[in-house]
Ligand binder design. Structure first.
Ligand code: ATP
Ligand code: MG
Ligand code: MG
Length: 554
């Protein structure tokens, strides 16, 4: 790995090590809530935590923060595991906050016994009204002085499912006048009569994030717990809860915050991505237009390109919008090194080589990847009738046009030099055939003097009788606005690009007939494409991953 200066997170760790913390106490976690699929923002957090694990040779747990049964599902757990693995990381242990429900409950009983928690039986509206404002202290709940016995009894009955949702909550008794609103007797438990994807119907009360998260870190002996900036104010509460349960000699987890990463022309919020799925704006969480890891994978992104993207943007203390063209740059750079080159024509016009014998076919050598010698050569068929791209021919062109025109020569990639002779048009004046002649001494790689002759343009092509058809899905940005959820007064869905998907038929060299889902190619002169999961023996389907150059007009 390249030398770079330490980011502020690494500096925090180095400082702790410098102050006597032993390196073998370092332990990290990536803590997704299984309420959706992971997105490109999560990739930053994954690369941060697992990257630290590799750097310091420390374990990293995959911890599911599954404290809200209303929104969490096994499907999301499975998808998250798959994505983290695919990104190339190995977790030390798979953990769940729900594994700790009993331990959290037992601690809470101790809180009640020592007067640090109470059951509040007011409505959530009344509790909110009593919170006060940052400049004004809150008002005590009338239930704040309940006896320990009554609290213990009520809390146990909450747990046993004796009360309806919303009838009671359990609150920590901290400070109703704290300047930090989160310290004004925060809720630790609410009643939920919901089926949990792991604990089933065992629990009728569920811990709140603030109570469960830090304690889960502590139970796992996580040394550094990194979260996004919106939790900065929660740190005081994180520490207060830890103070109550901390035993001397154990590792005391430290919460530190970094900036959430946002990507232009998309949304990175599971809640919003879920809306796109549920309302049918996309075909699913793994739609190739989505900012999800699974969508990017299906689109043809490599794991290395996503890791490289996360590394390049690094870790920041302030939030900003990262341009999606940087992500595209990263995948282009990776695929340039690894993707085999093939020829495909996506907007065909027929070209006939009039002096090439009818019925003849030749198999020509084509280099698989000029960036990788070990990739070798393949053979592709050539014949009298070919497809080229419509935009590679112009009937009347000026001297700056280096593609095919009448009376001038171009090279057909891996094949011969041809010269435009005439066109055939339909009754509306559209060109339906281009007639050319070829120079049979100019075959690429034949070694003849004529084969070294230089002409200005080189075109890709496919042989019509040999070509295989494929459905090709061309994507544009899912949102027309750079920051679709940047304006609180406008629904982000207003900015959905109605032309984010174009489906066309392409003609490919025949070797691609057996291409399998997930395989990535460069269609020469067109871009990078990968075989979609919808593809099968009857029907090939390709996704355009990204063009060869950043041609998108801002
Ligand atoms: P979302 O709003 O999409 O649900 P979240 O933060 O609620 O995001 P979690 O499942 O709780 O999602 O996230 C797991 C970890 O990933 C957390 O530590 C969180 O801070 C981090 N994370 C989530 N989104 C981003 C982002 N856009 N940039 C960096 N880190 C992120
Ligand atoms: Mg969330
Ligand atoms: Mg969260």
């Amino acid at each position: 790995t390249e030398e770079r200066s330490l980011n502020f997170i690494e500096q925090i760790i180095e400082e702790d090590l410098g102050n006597g913390m032993s390196q073998d106490k370092l332990r990290f976690r990536f803590p997704p809530e299984p309420n959706g699929y992971l997105h490109i923002g999560h990739a930053s957090s994954i690369c941060l935590n697992f990257g630290l694990g590799l750097r310091y040779n420390a374990p990293v747990n995959l911890r599911f923060d599954d404290t809200n049964p209303a929104k969490e599902e096994q499907e999301f757990v499975d998808a998250i595991k798959k994505d983290v693995e695919w990104l190339g990381y190995e977790w030390a242990e798979e953990r769940y906050a729900s594994d700790y429900f009993q331990e959290l409950y037992d601690w809470t009983v101790e809180f009640i016994k020592s007067g640090k928690a109470y059951v509040d039986s007011q409505s959530s509206e009344d509790i909110a009204k009593q919170k006060g404002t940052p400049s004004q202290p809150g008002t005590d709940s009338p239930f704040r002085s309940r006896s320990v016995e009554e609290n213990l009894d009520l809390f146990e009955r909450m747990k046993n499912g004796e009360f309806p949702e919303g009838s009671h909550v359990l609150r920590a008794k901290i400070d109703m006048a704290s300047s930090n609103m989160l310290m004004r007797d925060p809720i630790m438990y609410r009643i939920l009569h919901k089926h949990h994807h792991r604990t089933g119907n065992n629990w009728f009360i569920y811990p709140m994030y603030d109570w469960a998260h830090g304690e889960s870190d502590y139970i796992e002996q996580v040394s550094h717990s990194f979260c996004t900036l919106e939790f900065a104010m929660h740190r005081e509460l994180y520490d207060w809860f830890l103070d109550q349960v901390y035993d001397e000699g154990k590792t005391r987890p430290k919460q530190r915050e970094f900036a959430r990463r946002n990507l232009s022309h998309t949304v990175v919020s599971k809640r919003k991505l879920l809306q796109l799925v549920q309302e049918g704006h996309v075909t699913g969480w793994n739609d190739p237009r989505m900012s999800t890891i699974s969508g990017l994978r299906r689109r043809g992104y490599t794991a290395a390109s996503i890791r490289n993207f996360a590394d390049t943007i690094g870790i920041a203390k302030r939030q900003n919008l990262i341009d999606v063209s940087l992500l595209e740059f990263c995948v282009r750079e990776d695929l340039n090194k690894t993707a085999p080159r093939v020829m495909a024509v996506l907007d065909p016009v027929k070209l006939v080589i009039t002096n090439y014998p009818e019925g003849k076919e030749e198999w020509l050598d084509a280099e698989n990847n000029p960036e990788d010698e070990s990739a070798g050569f393949r053979q592709i068929p050539f014949s009298r009738e070919l497809f080229i791209e419509q935009e590679d021919f112009m009937e009347n062109a000026n001297n700056k046009y280096f593609r095919l025109t009448l009376g001038k020569e171009v090279r057909l990639k891996n094949a011969y030099i041809i010269k435009g002779e005439s066109v055939i048009k339909d009754t509306d004046g559209n060109i339906i055939e281009i007639h050319c002649t070829y120079d049979e001494d100019t075959r690429s790689g034949s070694g003849s003097e004529a084969s070294h002759r230089k002409v200005k343009g080189t075109l890709h092509w496919v042989s019509i009788p040999h070509a295989v058809k494929a459905e090709v899905r061309i994507y544009d940005r899912l949102f027309t606005h750079e920051n679709p959820d940047g304006d609180k007064d406008v629904d982000f869905k207003e900015y959905i690009n109605p032309k984010s998907l174009e489906v066309i038929t392409g003609y490919l060299e025949p070797g691609l007939k057996s291409a399998e889902a997930g395989e990535r190619y460069q269609f020469q002169r067109l871009g990078y494409f990968c075989v979609d999961t919808d593809s099968n023996a009857e029907k090939l389907v390709f996704n355009k991953t990204v063009g060869l150059r950043d041609t998108w007009a801002k």
